[in-house]
Design a protein around this ligand. Structure first.
Ligand SMILES: [Fe+2]
Ligand SMILES: [Fe+2]
Length: 149
């Protein structure tokens, strides 16, 4: 993964794009925490932090899909559930030291980026042509940093 956010990952919804940035940032933080062999208590805290932001982010996307009546909402939410299960499984491996840390960043990259590129972009594409807009969309620009191109 590059050390910077790649603007090609922007899907065009400011709220979702900003949440994706935080997800990627915290996945790098977790990777560093483990590669630097920080104490277990810090590793577990970094795992918990990433898990919480992932749960929060998936909920945000599901709310957005509901607000705009996105037709693939149920399938997309099921994918989120699978992603969380996969995350929990892999993190148990880290905690039990059966997972090699070199694999972690590869896993996290695939785990986050593949879903953004293949699935989240479908929501963004739908929103471009959607009449019903996300709630509070008019506030995005006042509160969120705009993506620089
Ligand atoms: Fe997402
Ligand atoms: Fe998603």
């Amino acid at each position: 993964m590059n050390s910077k956010w790649d603007n090609k990952l922007n899907i065009g919804d400011m709220l979702i794009d900003n949440e994706h940035r935080i997800l990627l940032l915290l996945s790098r933080k977790l990777d560093l925490t483990i590669k630097m062999k920080r104490p277990d208590v810090e590793q577990n805290a970094a795992i918990f932090e990433l898990k919480k932001i992932a749960e929060f982010h998936f909920l945000s996307e599901e709310n957005l899909m509901r607000e705009t009546s996105f037709p693939g909402m149920r399938e997309h939410a099921e994918l989120h559930t699978e992603l969380l299960m996969e995350f929990n499984f892999r993190m148990n491996g880290i905690k039990k030291k059966t997972e090699f840390s070199d694999d972690l960043l590869t896993f996290l990259n695939r785990w986050i980026l593949q879903h953004i590129v293949t699935e989240d972009t479908k929501i963004a594409e739908f929103l471009k042509h959607c009449q019903s807009r996300p709630l509070a969309e008019n506030l995005y620009e006042s509160f969120l940093p705009a993506a620089k191109s």
